[in-house]
Ligand binder design. Structure first.
Ligand code: PLP
Ligand code: SF4
Length: 355
């Protein structure tokens, strides 16, 4: 973390910086943070500015362009915030924003305002203030059975601090599962130490979701970090963001999902890219998402196919197109090859038709 790349001269030790990248770095100074771990920098192609790793980590001019309808918080995190850190949007689960810090400030971050914007924060009070109010809220709402630690990246904290938070949550009887959202397995897998995994294993059930966006990120180091988590009983899932120019092709997504299965990571979500200020240039069409889902479903292992969702103020909305439609003749089905068939009386549609 101490050796992160945060200046142009340092970046030039890793890649041939293009005029566009240089301009974006200069113009976003004082507006958006950037920082790249040496490990993640080592995955960047020094000569190719379209490198998927590089595009996620190095500022680009698109971040400073104004896009129609872009919002700082289109998903409404702030609207659902109940305490300094707790966002309660769904009936039985909450997210807890524990920090603003990340090892790499992903250019496409949905919480770009909170993590990357120099002046932005979702915290009402200082990040360092006591967790008492947050923990009390969770304890006083016994319907909350699932707490997801997110941020920023919770693993930015040292183990001792994380253990304080996790053990306090575990002491609340109504909290059944604890989840962690962390991109460290992708950005700095060495952080996922055996000691850290042992700590987690004392508070089971603990689940972890990470954020691989491209097969290039699946390295032996990343696989080893995942393996350590799994060996300590922490199931690992993955949330991918559909990003223009990075992973918006069927071939890339197929390879990503099947490579994830090889390292025993379960694909969970593909997020449609949110129209967030500073992020909109990564958006694809919804049709592109459909095309990708059609290229996964049926073509690869069933549990290698994540759910395609769009996060809105109403929650996450499943976006995949149904593989059937109701017609006069009955249910019309179509499969992944484009073959169709009609189900008639064999499978009644309504309860009334069931005898
Ligand atoms: C995504 C999200 C969750 C977790 O949702 P799952 O679909 O259960 O993974 C919880 N709270 C908020 C505010 C979220 O954005
Ligand atoms: S690690 Fe996650 S929270 Fe941090 S900048 Fe990247 S996407 Fe955002």
């Amino acid at each position: 973390m101490r050796h992160r790349v945060t200046s142009l001269p340092k970046l030039r030790e890793w890649i041939r910086v293009t005029p566009d990248e240089e301009r974006a770095i200069r113009e976003s100074a004082g507006k958006y943070r950037w920082s790249i771990t040496p490990y993640y920098a080592s995955l960047m192609d020094p000569d190719d500015p379209s490198c998927p790793v590089r595009q996620q980590a190095v500022p680009a001019p698109g971040e400073l362009t104004e896009f129609p309808h872009a919002e700082v918080d289109p998903v409404g995190d702030m609207f659902y915030r109940r305490t300094n850190r707790v966002v309660h949007k769904y009936p039985d689960r909450v997210i807890m924003l524990v920090t603003e810090a990340c090892p790499v400030y992903c250019r496409h971050c949905t919480r770009k305002f909170h993590t990357t914007d120099v002046d932005g924060t979702y915290f009402r009070d200082d990040e360092g203030i006591s967790y008492d109010e947050d923990l009390r809220y969770i304890a006083e709402h016994p319907e909350i059975r699932d707490v997801l630690l997110t941020g920023g990246d919770p693993l930015s904290y040292r183990d001792g601090k994380l253990e304080e938070i996790i053990s306090s949550l575990r002491a609340i009887p109504s909290v059944e599962i604890i989840r962690i959202g962390s991109r460290f397995p992708v950005l700095l897998p060495q952080r996922v130490t055996t000691e850290f995994c042992e700590m987690l294993s004392r508070y089971h059930p603990v689940w972890l979701n990470t954020h691989f966006n491209h097969p290039k990120e699946i390295t032996p180091d990343a696989a080893a970090a995942v393996d350590r988590l799994l060996r300590h009983g922490v199931p690992v899932g993955n949330q991918t963001v559909l990003l223009k120019g990075i992973n918006d092709s069927v071939a890339t997504m197929r390879r990503l999902m099947t490579e994830l299965l090889r390292i025993r990571v379960r694909p969970y979500y593909i997020y449609h890219c949110d129209n967030v200020v500073g992020v909109s240039h990564f958006m694809t069409s919804v049709e592109k998402g459909w095309e990708i889902m059609a290229g996964l479903q049926g073509h690869i292992t069933g549990f290698g196919v994540p759910q395609y969702v769009l996060t809105t103020k109403l929650g996450k909305i499943p976006m995949a197109r149904p593989s059937y439609s109701a017609t006069e003749a009955g249910l019309e089905l179509h499969n992944y090859r484009g073959q169709t068939m009609v189900l008639d009386e064999a499978y009644p549609l309504t309860e009334e038709d069931v005898r």
